[in-house]
Design a binder for this molecule. Structure first.
Ligand code: KG4
Ligand code: ZN
Length: 388
């Protein structure tokens, strides 16, 4: 099965081709420099930029692989949660392709795609506990199969990535700040008492990171001299060894210590809730950690140690598959198609803050409605209605 993945839910325009669970090629156009001018994603600009660039990215990706649109068996598109205008550009493009080629359409939950991303690199084991940590979401799931998810916990306010990005902004770090906090933290020393580990004094599996920003804001008010001057951005971005840079520059060293303590407070909060979830879901065999913040080195180390303590297989996508990408969308789309699930042309976009419905069509019905009633069988998917 050859599947095109389309990801336009926020500020990355990404396309990928996956054949039978293996990545053939992908392309990604980031809008980060555009939005950095405003210190955050501007939805109107994001959708216009997706709309402008999708067609040429598609042509280039197909040409690189020596493929034609008619070769596609399926188009998997991130249908939410995300910025509505941005999602609609991806959905419109997907529907146009499906109409033009007869490929199957499947709408993918962006969050579930993150959690399945490691499946492109290794076999996933179930039942699994999934920790999703991105810029917009911090959630815990139980997964019994690639298409069977049960949400156990979520953030009540800011996501972990949002807390990192907002804190980074208070420190004067470039946008989006998560990876700069990570890089500086590696050169710093943790003070475990500097920042609180928020919202642990309860029995639930939810998160709340908004208070952390206030704690960072107070800490920075007392240390105004540490705010990174913009003329240091280029040095920070270009330096291969922040340890040496911090040793030369004591102010940067102090900022690195703050970053290490902030990173620790977020990572340790996540660790406590993951261990609490494992205490309740006793048959878990694997831990999946996904989303942009899963690229964080301290989090990766903490989750590796945790998995080892609990005898779990750890599935962590490589860094490029942690942040938004279309390979995970194509892969998740294939998982759903293999389970006999797809969508029709009435597929809708789901904005941020809303849960993505499981409104799939059985693949066989979708086949019966197209001119090719044995498409499922052609893809190697059992089709009970196929009599040919
Ligand atoms: O999953 P993602 O690419 O987009 C969303 O769906 O939100 O996640 C983006 C988030 C941002 O908050 C960014 O700062 C954070 O992931 N991030 C990191 C790192 N790389 C990206 N946070 C901590 N450490 C990193 N290395
Ligand atoms: Zn994401």
């Amino acid at each position: 099965m050859l599947t095109l993945g389309i990801e336009t839910s926020c500020d990355e325009t990404a396309l990928a081709l996956v054949r039978d669970g293996r990545l053939l090629g992908q392309t990604l156009a980031t809008q980060v420099p555009l939005h950095a001018l405003f210190g955050g994603v501007v939805p109107e600009i994001a959708s216009r930029e997706h709309y402008r660039i999708l067609g040429s990215l598609f042509d280039r990706l197909m040409a690189e692989q020596g493929l034609r649109p008619q070769d596609l068996d399926a188009v998997a598109v991130a249908r939410g949660p995300g910025l509505l205008g941005s999602l609609l550009t991806g959905l419109g493009f997907a529907k146009g392709l499906v109409l033009g080629t007869g490929a199957l359409l499947v709408g993918v939950d962006h969050l579930k795609a993150h959690l399945l991303a490691a499946g492109l690199e290794q076999e996933l084991l179930f039942p699994a506990l999934g920790l999703l940590v991105s810029g917009g979401h911090t959630q815990l799931y139980r997964l019994d199969a690639p298409t069977r998810f049960r949400r156990l916990g979520r953030t009540l306010d800011d996501a972990a990535g949002e807390a990192l990005d907002k804190s980074a902004r208070l420190m004067g770090l470039p946008y989006p700040g998560g990876r700069f906090v990570d890089a500086l933290a590696r050169a710093g020393t943790v003070d475990p008492n500097l920042f609180p580990r928020p919202y642990l004094d309860n029995q639930n599996l939810d998160f709340s990171f908004s208070g952390l920003k206030t704690a960072v804001s107070l800490a920075m008010q007392q240390r105004r001299h540490l705010v990174l001057p913009p003329e240091m951005f280029a040095t920070l971005q270009a330096s291969p060894d922040l340890g040496a840079l911090c040793a030369e520059n004591p102010r940067l060293g102090e900022l690195a210590d703050l970053c290490a303590s902030l990173n620790h407070s977020i990572v340790d909060t996540l660790r406590v809730k993951v261990e609490r979830a494992l205490g309740r879901e006793r048959d878990i065999r694997a831990l999946l950690v996904a989303g942009g913040v899963a690229a964080n080195s301290m989090l990766r180390q903490a989750m590796a140690a945790l998995a080892q303590r609990h005898g779990l297989r750890l599935s962590l996508p490589s860094a490029a598959l942690c942040t938004d990408n279309a390979a995970m969308v194509a892969y998740a789309g294939e998982c759903h198609l293999r389970a006999g699930l797809c969508h029709g042309l009435d597929l809708d976009a789901i904005p941020r803050g809303q849960r993505v419905p499981e409104d799939f069509l059985p693949l066989t019905r979708a086949c019966a409605e197209t001119s090719n009633p044995c498409q499922a069988t052609a893809l190697g998917i059992p089709c009970p209605d196929f009599t040919g």
